[in-house]
Ligand binder design. Sequence first.
Ligand SMILES: Nc1ncnc2c1ncn2[C@@H]1O[C@H](COP(=O)(O)OP(=O)(O)OP(=O)(O)O)[C@@H](O)[C@H]1O
Ligand SMILES: [Mg+2]
Length: 220
Amino acid sequence: MIDLVNLSKSFGTRSLWSNVTTTVNRGEMLALVGPSGSGKSTLLNCIGLLDKPNSGEICHEGKDITRFGRRETRRFRRDVLGYLFQNYALIENATVAANLEVAVKPQRASRKVTGASFAEALERVGLAGRADERVHHLSGGEQQRVALARLIVKQPALVLADEPTGALDHANATAVIGILREMAEGGCAVVIATHDDRVRDRCDAVFSVDGSALVAAHSL
Ligand SMILES: Nc1ncnc2c1ncn2[C@@H]1O[C@H](COP(=O)(O)OP(=O)(O)OP(=O)(O)O)[C@@H](O)[C@H]1O
Ligand SMILES: [Mg+2]
């Protein structure tokens, strides 16, 4: 799905990580772990084309996505990528349904064909019947599950999740990680930056970002 080849990143003279080489396949869930400040979010942001590595390649379907221009970047974000942020990135003042609407590609919306119907997606995240509520009235855990429902509707090939359970209680964290696991089993590649051992233990492989290099992965 995605090949990282010899990636390096520094800010000024400070090297964050270097010679990062690994592959994330469809159906796989990869945990990025490491101390605060080691560069987990930065690595996710490089894969999500929100930041650029200083050297190396990120290949998707044979193309180095770090060289994408604006148009290809937009298309990659629209057609391939799903992002799950710690702060949910929802439209606060809109309803749950309106937040799911933004995940639907224009051409699909006009044909009324979606990956999963909104009702199905909300059912899967335990928010059946809540479509008309405004997001700012929901709890943090509920908002994170709306963000997940949006991914279920979008069905991206690649999901990048930055501390998806960081603000959640045990039950919500378990629900979120279970849904990400299901998405992987459905053929999606999932990369998760996390401090949470429960998340790491549900992943297929773990990478440790130790501050100067991405240390060898081990498969669980
Ligand atoms: N645009 C930037 N310019 C300069 N330094 C930056 C920039 N973005 C991030 N950094 C620095 O890079 C380092 C890595 O940040 P990053 O957010 O990737 O770490 P992290 O591993 O995700 O940490 P945490 O576990 O706390 O989320 C930090 O020291 C941060 O200050
Ligand atoms: Mg981070």
